[in-house]
Design a protein. Sequence first.
Lengths: 501, 672, 104
Amino acid sequence: MIFSNILIYFVVIPLVMLGLLFLCRNMNQIRTVAVVGSTALVALSVYLVIDFLHLREAGADAVMLYTDSWMWFEPLNIHLAIGVDGISVAMLLLSAIIVFAGTFASWKIDPLPKDFFLWLILLSTGVFGFFISIDLFTMFMFYEVALIPMYLLIGLWGTGRKEYSAMKLTLMLMGGSAFLLLGILGIYYHSAPEGGKLTMNLLEISANNAIDHNWQYFLFPITFVGFGVLGAMFPFHTWSPDGHASAPTAVSMLHAGVLMKLGGYGCFRVAIYLMPHAANELAWIFLILTGISVVYGAFSACVQNDLKYINAYSSVSHCGLVLFAILMLNTTAMTGAVMQMLSHGLMTALFFALIGMIYGRTHTRDIRLMGGLMKIMPFLAVCYVIAGMASLGLPGLSGFVAEMTIFVGSFQHEDMFHRVFTIAACCSIVITAVYILRVVGKLLLGPVYDEHHLTLTDAKWWERLSTVTLILCVAGIGCFPNWINDMIHNSFLPIIEVLTK
Amino acid sequence: MSILILAIPLFMFLLLGLTGMKMSHKLAGTLGCLGMGTTLVLAYTVAFTYFFSGGADFINAAGERLQSILWNVTWLQFTDKLVIRLGFLLDPISAMMLVVITTISFMVHLYSMGYMRDHHGVFERGFQRFYAFLSLFSFSMLGLVVATNIFQMYIFWELVGASSFLLIGFYYTKPSAVLASKKAFIVTRFADLGFLIGILVLSYYTGTFNFTELTSAPVDGLANVFQVSETTAAGVKSIFANSAAPLFMGASVMTWALVLIFMGGMGKSAMMPLHIWLPDAMEGPTPVSALIHAATMVVAGVYLVARLFPLYLMEIRSLEIVTVVGAVTALYAAIVACTQVDIKRVLAFSTISQIAFMMVSLGVARPEFHHGIGYMAGMFHLFTHAMFKALLFLCAGALIHAIGSNDYTDMHGLRKYMPITHITFLIGCLAIAGIIPFAGFFSKDEILTACFGNSALWYVWMSAVAGLTAFYMFRLYYLIFWWKEHKVHEGHHAPHDQPWTMTLPLVILAAISCVAGFVPFGNLVTWNGHPMFDHVSFFTNLEHLDWTVAAVSLAVAIIAIVIATVMYRKENPLPAKFRNAMPALWTWAYHRFYFDELYMFITKNIIFDKICKPIAWFDRHIIDGTMDMFAKVTQRLSVSIRGLQSGSVQTYVWVYLVGALVMASIVWLCLL
Amino acid sequence: MDKLSVICYIIPSMIMFCCGVYGFITRKNMIAILISLELMLNAVDINFVVFNRFLFPGQLEGMMFTLFAIAIAAAETALAIAIIVNVFRAVKNVDVSDLNKLKL
């Protein structure tokens, strides 16, 4: 029975929410549905984490747990196949938390609140579906479900050059999906040893280990670039600054917080896991690109004046670090990559939430036109400083844990080239400090720039709830990283095993 | 119990940080003081237990002090071997640092109760926040010194940096304070990059973060007293033996690792050329300068080198680098200190110079010479310097609070108005100048002895710096308290001594500065735990003085003080004459040899204008332009063929008709 | 009646159809276009009936379709005239060359 599997509820709950939202008549009903639904998702993902850890402790050592598979389209052997390992569990938790925080961040969304939440929930359906699927086709389908609402969300509720940004973002990501589709089809047609049945199931493909090496050389770059576009890999990152700058708050949060993680997740789950041979041989090319991303994004962020641009470029840098670590192909670095995904997801969501709140008050995002906000809105300012500190890797907050795991892991690589590149990537921590402190100094500290700002108010309760949730998570990972580190670490062992075969 | 030493300040930080705004100022301050007081008692207990209880974990039968890990919990596991643990390492230097940090921190907590008010006794805005940050700093600094592994140290290293940032920028509406805090953070962050890379290299080759394992393999022929198994010791030793093989740009990777780690220390301890943040850090409230930028955080670099001293010993080249950097910084800072007007800046440069003394001391320490006396002297000086420099800063704070200005030009002749401050400041000056029997004399004398044992060059060099130290400190003293009568402006109260919360710490620290020199450090803190003297009494340090060195250094100090007296006791044209005699040197020293301008040039004109801006331009115009170009080309193409889709049905019918006829005729022709 | 051959019916129907096509292509007035359209439709209806009569004399399918087409044409005309009236109300004009507001 399909509903006996806990994972399916990650898709069912958003779908039920969608149905209920259609019936909503006023703002209160919409809020009730959104809050109840997202709380249920958080509760479900927390339960899943606990249950997952229990199962592992009890000795369940399969690669994926809670696996299930239902035939969907017989002729092409497409299944609705689901299952999770520690990494997907962590990502589900992250997504649920960010949807939760995003709901509160868009408490006062205007106009068309109902439609906004409809698209937002549809987007999260895609995200959750992506993380629970282990069938390439289902994965791809949910991936597209997550992408398309983005266009409307930015185009309708965005600010600034929203139509341009929405179109650019959608087109570039669709371009990525085109590569991806090609890659998935390629994998599908080489998924079975001679005469066997073709399959889209990740685990079966990996177990068959059938993809011809020459084909791997072709399919690996295609798949990696396909996902890399979403992971903001240089030079396919330019959708990110414009897209983030124009998107409404909750969308920026969800996009930077979760959607960009789909890219990194896909990179190791599909590209590396299924094509280990090519990954070993070709990783260095992408390592150079992502290494450039890391430093390049940080340098670019130093001279931006729009708060959202600063964060978007910093996302380029941080997400570059995710892909960089994945390409190191060792357990510690890859664990660091997932930690960085979690950490970046939470702190960028926090950043965008705060920027949205500040923008909602001052009606500008130009740091040259603001100053001394610490005095006017201390709560938001303090949260911003905390987010900044997380971003520049202060111990006790999540950024430090993630970055250090990446650096230590990457530096364990035997090859000199990789270690030198790691040192180059390390330099980003200084540049990050520069741009974060530049913003903090200009925006929050110093004398009040604009007299009109003196009348502005501090955060409302829903804003406080949204930011405090995220801060607690950031601090939680930062102070007690080991359990989550263990969970992720163990999930990488099968991938590493495939790689070293 | 030891966990409380860390837990209490952390708890106070959370308590005051989260609920402080709802408390009254007085309650917050009292809570802060109480918390720190408890920590002080606990830390003293732990340190005294370590030094004097004679427990088997702390001292062995031969009287050698051991490293003892009280607790150690896994925090983050990278690989099987590389694990970050949070723990509590007790050994001579960490026990000593516990005492130093909690003492100064408590004094500062107490002092701030008086300092952080205006003249009417009203507490400053953000008073609770100030205490929260002080607690955060104390927590981080205590965590740093008790670190059991290099990564724990790095964690707390970053945390002290952050709390220093928060405290320097305490007056956040003041642009100069914001700039100074930013500068401090970024400069130390840059240094920490070196530290981090150093850790990466070191851990890659040794496969461990733990101090006990890293420092377990001493130089051949010397006893190993740290508690590690022989196999680990042999393992680390073999890495060093092999580390001659992997060379990187002409030096062994271990040298690189150690120099990079030292770079982290240079940043925190404000060694040249990474010193530029410390003078600016004086923008913070004066108690903060006393605690962080004089006594505790800035000596973290020294502590780091001391912590890894056995490793440095194995790569003598890295120790030589430490010496050179220290010596150059000491001289530079002393020269600059002679010209500054802002009294806190003078003290800041004096701090830089004194820390450089400690660095030199570690750099010249060799086990062959007097059981590594340099190491002991460096730590001794760290201890005494913390006391008298905190004293000097707190005096400066009292002066600034009374006068409302940082410049000595606004002070002059204050000795009658503020007698307690005057006396305590004088004691501080005597201590730092190295006059017997004040604390600084003993520690500085040991350092000079160590230099003497290493090479004549460093001995002469450092003695000259010691002379300069005495000179600029007494210059400052006379300019503040003598020079000419103090002018009380109309409508202003005459300056007076401050309330007891501020004077009590001064008196206590002055008392410590008088007697700290007699602490028999040689028996407490040595590089390998081996005691230096057979028996100990109050006069041990006096008995073991190398009188030739001591006499010379005393003479130098006294001559310097005499010169300062002649020049600055009463208003006279001598200083101006000197200034005019060497205008170039004076201008350069006054502008701190233009280091700030150089850095400004590098960051603004090179990094921002030549790297960041072109990259941002490249991104917007080349990369983004390419993407936009794809879109534009597609659009052009569609515009150009769009005329066909006119939208007029009549045209379509016409085209259809003609097309149908043409095709029909073609078919017809073909059929024919 | 039997004397008349098929051609006698087809030629007028063809003339009607060509007039319809010509009118549809050249006229700008929407009502005129509609009339041309009806002309074409009626020409086709005639053909239906005629071919039914001559090719399958015993059956009635052609007649049925013609009736069907007439009914549809009536409905369509009603709809078209309604649209035209509405367009006229909105822009006071029924000239197709002027009705390009929806075009980019």
